[in-house]
Design a protein around this ligand. Structure first.
Ligand code: HEM
Ligand SMILES: *[C@@H]1O[C@H](CO)[C@@H](O)[C@H](O)[C@H]1NC(C)=O
Ligand SMILES: *[C@@H]1O[C@H](CO)[C@@H](O)[C@H](O)[C@H]1NC(C)=O
Ligand SMILES: *[C@@H]1O[C@H](CO)[C@@H](O)[C@H](O)[C@H]1NC(C)=O
Length: 515
């Protein structure tokens, strides 16, 4: 009898402890779903929306009637913010400028160190980000620079030629059908945006014959993007899972991508280190190498300039050009196919401002209010990075009246912000006019979207990306209509894939010359 009572009591005590664990949360933490051992609230997130975690978490806000919700991803406490005021507060306060050091970030580097820019914090992040942005500017990054514009035009000319005349090289058959005009998106666009960044970095480009390796590089970048998720996957919650389920956990796909990308940039940098001559710095790479050598010569052991850091910084600065730019343009093409009246107005503006005899320039951009508004509306309605790159509280802080302990992952949901009726009225409508004034001029005050984030962590490539988006989109719309070949269907936006960034599934599209 006594044993039974004892058993019952221990069972009750165990249940009580489990309950306490499930509902326990840091003092003053925002409301949110309970947690279970190992997973935290991850399963509830997946139950709420299996495909898109950012939508699942936004669903919590409705459930708990709060624009800020708190929960756990594995052992990590997380706070997600779903209104304009909260999102801006997170982005603009340096207390939230940290990055969670999750396994997904570590596994990108062979020694499992967090290096580079994206997932770095503190002094290394500041020094590296500042150095790279400062010197890349000299080579045209982030500003208007005629030489760079000419380089981008060379890329666009190559792209038009490939589309019209079909593949010349083996690798091009993967992205354009023989005879031309039938192209694979977003893959077609990636090598050309990559080449534009590479030109800034090392003053050379891969010619079309040499672009096979670039195509592979961009495919691997997409593989990484699509196999990750907003919270670093189950892999970040329980890293040991890679040993048990290497395929199912995406570990193998992620590692294949990481290794290819890392090796590519390591070889690339080593070639430049070997041919470096002091006093004859040829390009941005050489300037970085100079800094490395100086630190070595002065015996500085705490320098943030090292070969391994260099590799990852370059990976981070190239990664979005390998993947994000082409994906964002492809989203826009999908909308232009679904909204032919918008496409007509864009093409009318192109015909009036540029005509058909030459390629678009950034000078034209100032005159092309409707086109620019359309690109901005594309960036808003398909938030490429829906949960932003996660931030982290660097100290005990407060947010929207709740306590946020040090090391909490903080998510300023760009998706929620871009879809908020309180800010946009009709967020679900694709309506470029929302950014125009009464005279049809672009009104920047009306564009309060934040596709690139804000504050000290603002996307380091915003200006470059906006320029690329304009030049590539207008070039495509100037020269072609997007049409449906027999058997083709209009894009289905609900098929968009999840990942670190959202992306459309690869699809073939038929182009036709504009008359
Ligand atoms: C359509 C294109 C792009 C979009 C929508 C985009 C968006 C973003 C967003 C939302 C972030 C995170 C901001 C935050 O942490 O709050 C970010 C970070 C970053 N982006 Fe972009 N980006 C794009 C293209 C590019 C390009 C082309 C480059 C470089 C050539 C670039 C380089 C970076 C870097 C280095 C960071 C990390 C900044 C840091 O952690 O300090 N991005 N981007
Ligand atoms: C919110 O979650 C519930 C289940 O918890 C689900 O039925 C519903 O579809 C979700 N809504 C959205 C918009 O994801
Ligand atoms: C994982 O996938 C690869 C390639 O698809 C396959 O060769 C391998 O056997 C799989 N491994 C396990 C453990 O399922
Ligand atoms: C940033 O957050 C901290 C902690 O909540 C707060 O004390 C501080 O006033 C905030 N700073 C700004 C500039 O809003």
């Amino acid at each position: 009898m006594l044993t039974e009572i004892l058993l019952l009591l221990s069972a009750l005590f165990f249940l009580y402890l489990s309950y306490r664990y499930a509902v326990s949360r840091p003092e003053g933490f925002p409301p949110g779903p309970p947690r279970i051992p190992l997973f935290g609230s991850y399963l509830f997130m997946m139950m709420s929306n299996f495909k898109y975690l950012h939508k699942g978490v936004l669903n919590f806000s409705k459930w708990y009637k709060s624009d800020i919700v708190g929960f756990h991803v594995g052992p990590f406490p997380v706070v997600a913010v779903h209104n304009a005021e909260g999102v801006k507060q997170v982005l603009n306060n340096k207390s939230f400028d940290g990055r969670p050091q999750v396994y997904l970030a570590k596994m990108r580097e062979p020694d499992r160190n967090i290096l580079g820019i994206f997932f770095q914090e503190g002094t290394i992040w500041k020094e590296q980000r500042r150095f790279i942005l400062r010197y890349l500017r000299d080579f045209g990054f982030g500003r208007r620079f005629e030489q760079l514009e000419l380089v981008i035009q060379e890329e666009l000319t190559d792209m038009l030629d490939l589309i019209r005349n079909g593949p010349l090289y083996e690798h091009e058959k993967e992205i354009v059908k023989p005879g031309g005009y039938r192209v694979l998106l977003p893959s077609l666009l990636h090598p050309f945006s990559t080449n534009s960044v590479f030109h800034i970095v090392y003053n050379e480009r891969h010619s079309r014959a040499e672009q096979g390796v670039l195509l592979k590089l961009t495919q691997m970048a997409m593989q990484f993007q699509r196999h990750a998720d907003d919270y670093g996957k189950l892999l970040s919650i329980m890293p040991w899972i890679r040993n048990v389920f290497p395929n199912w956990s995406s570990y193998n796909k992620l590692m294949e991508a990481n290794m290819f990308i890392h090796t590519f940039f390591a070889n690339f940098i080593d070639r430049h280190i070997e041919t470096y001559q002091e006093g004859f710095e040829r390009n941005f790479l050489d300037l970085y190498i100079k800094e490395m050598k100086q630190a070595e010569a002065e015996g500085k052991t705490d320098s943030t300039f090292s070969r391994s850091q260099f590799i990852m910084s370059l990976v981070d600065f190239s990664f979005p050009a390998l993947s994000a730019v082409g994906v964002q343009i492809t989203f826009l093409i999908q909308y232009l196919m679904l909204y032919p009246e918008v496409m007509k107005r864009v093409q009318k503006e192109i015909d009036e401002v540029i005509g058909s005899g030459r390629l678009p320039t950034l000078e034209d951009r100032k005159e092309m209010h409707y086109t620019e508004a359309t690109i901005r509306e594309g960036l808003r309605i398909e938030t490429l990075v829906p949960s932003d790159v996660p931030h982290k509280a660097l100290e005990d802080t407060e947010l929207m009246g709740y306590k946020v302990p040090e090391n909490t992952i903080v998510i300023p949901s760009l998706y929620a912000y871009h879809m908020d009726e309180r800010t946009w009225g009709d967020p679900k409508n694709f309506r470029p006019e929302r950014f125009l004034d009464d005279e049809g001029k672009l009104c920047l005050k009306k564009d309060v979207s934040l596709p690139f984030g804000a504050g000290k962590r603002l996307c380091a490539g915003e200006t470059f990306a906006r320029n690329m988006l304009f030049l590539m989109t207008t070039t495509l719309c100037q020269n072609f209509n997007f049409v449906l070949a027999p058997g083709d269907k209009l894009p289905d936006l609900s098929k968009n894939l999840n990942g670190l960034i959202i992306s459309p599934p690869d699809f073939w599209v038929q182009l036709e010359d504009r008359k």
